[in-house]
Design a binder for this molecule. Sequence first.
Ligand code: PLP
Length: 427
Amino acid sequence: MSNKHEFQTRVIHAGSQADPATKAQITPIYQTTSYVFDDVDHAARLFALQEFGNIYSRINNPTNDVLEKRLADLEGGTAALAVSSGHAAQLTTLHNLLKSGQNLVAAKQLYGGTINQFNHAFKQFGWNVHWADAKDNDSFKRAIDKNTRAIHIESIANPGGIITDIEAIARIAEQAHIPLIVDNTLASPYLIRPFEYGANIVLHSLTKFINGHANALGGIIIDGGNFNWSKDDRYPILKDPNQSYGGLEFHKALDNIAFAIVCRALSLRDLGACLSPFNAFLTLNGLQTLALRMQKQCDNALRLALFLRQQDAYVSWVSYAGLKDDPHYSLAQKYTPKGAGAVFTFGIKGGHEAGKKFVSNLKLLTHVANVGDLRSLVIHPSSTTHSQLTEEQKITAGAGPDVIRLSVGIENVEDIINDIQQAFENL
Ligand code: PLP
């Protein structure tokens, strides 16, 4: 698929072709664990990475391959690796960058589950986190020390709807020679393509907007191909000879796809968080309508944010970067002019108890721990997704006691508004 085609075309066609074996138009589900080698020399070449090809579905699978190629194309990266969930994408990425005793600098404004993963699970590996503030770019510079090996931000932060200044943080990362990882889950490449602003690695929870139908978990790591892993000795997994691949020097041998290949050849092989081809199939199916869904969801979100703004009796504040007087409006204009995403928060008058009652009163919006579905969703983050955080962490992550998070779907917007209206009136 040529890069000359527009996004709306590539989202349907990139990376796919008629199935070579059957001419099936739709990418088949290659529900197989293993692949027959041509002969022993062929097998040996595949195992030594002298030739790319299918070995075993923990490492590669033809259905997943189409999804990987499509996302690499849509984000403008060089190569991609699909994994079992967004969390697995984060684990797999950092596994190749950090050793025990080293640290990553991360924005405080992240999905609550990511804050937990970084604070707890990763600490067990001896990986430390230095928290920075997505609203204060210089805080990233201050948080970097000689042991920092990665910077992690979300392009649009979950749940607060904050727009992160990717370009400014990428400059800081470049000066410090540290890769910038951008979780682009809430924006999707339809709204923001972080590589255009200097990011080095893009991650997604495929579970959200990319799939859009809430029927499969998945994650993806996309290599920007724009980081020099051999400039100094900080990234030995990429630079040094690897004993488990006969002394292969990944960066030297694989150049601008080295990071994606390291994640596959080492982390998928050894950590095993592979994506089921059935989930890849469902994700590919959903992905085809991303451009249509995302635009409609952004349009509905803006309309809903404007409606909520007028509900003084029930609503104390609305945080949506698409509103002209929102503090993130100018960043939204720069990074996401087509719309400020479909996930945002508002404060309900009456705090924690009113929040819980409001959620119970809704009839059309469903109460689930998810975002990015084509259905409109609601949650009270303080008692659910962010409940494991301290009160202070909740507030900095945009998940205080009065916060309601909406993920706006593609339904008729008047129906969504009417449901919210009746939920307010029945408080
Ligand atoms: N990143 C963001 C921004 C998320 O919202 C989520 C989940 O909600 C994740 C990562 C983790 O993804 P998954 O649930 O697929 O592991």
